[in-house]
Design a binder for this molecule. Structure first.
Ligand SMILES: [Zn+2]
Length: 111
């Protein structure tokens, strides 16, 4: 079997929304889940450090944009966590309890 560990962190941040979602500036209580294969006890600390950059900021200002915010955030978190955590397999960012974005590490290329 394959074993994975998942660490979670929460933070509040704002974004401008979309016409389909909410066309005005507003905030969310985001939840991030970072999953690594095997045991990696320091992942939780590094995840906390990463999300601290986003607290009280606008998501659009922190990312390159393109696609949905939750998918951009998940991809950004996964790319950065992979630098220090080679076992990283995926990151999920929850915007509400109904909507999340997921970045999954692929086996091909650099990812
Ligand atoms: Zn929103």
């Amino acid at each position: 079997m394959d074993l994975y560990m998942t660490f979670a962190a929460h933070f509040d941040a704002g974004h401008r929304g979309t016409p389909e979602h909410a066309s005005h500036h507003h905030g969310h209580h985001y939840k991030v889940e970072a999953t690594t294969s095997g045991v990696d006890a320091s992942l939780g600390t590094d995840l906390d450090f990463l999300v601290a950059e986003f607290v009280g900021r606008d998501v659009e200002d922190m990312l390159n944009g393109g696609g949905s915010d939750v998918c951009s955030m998940a991809a950004n978190f996964l790319e950065r966590l992979m630098l220090a955590h080679p076992g990283m397999t995926q990151v999920v960012v929850w915007e509400t309890d109904r909507v999340s974005g997921r970045a999954v590490r692929t086996r091909t290329g650099r990812g």
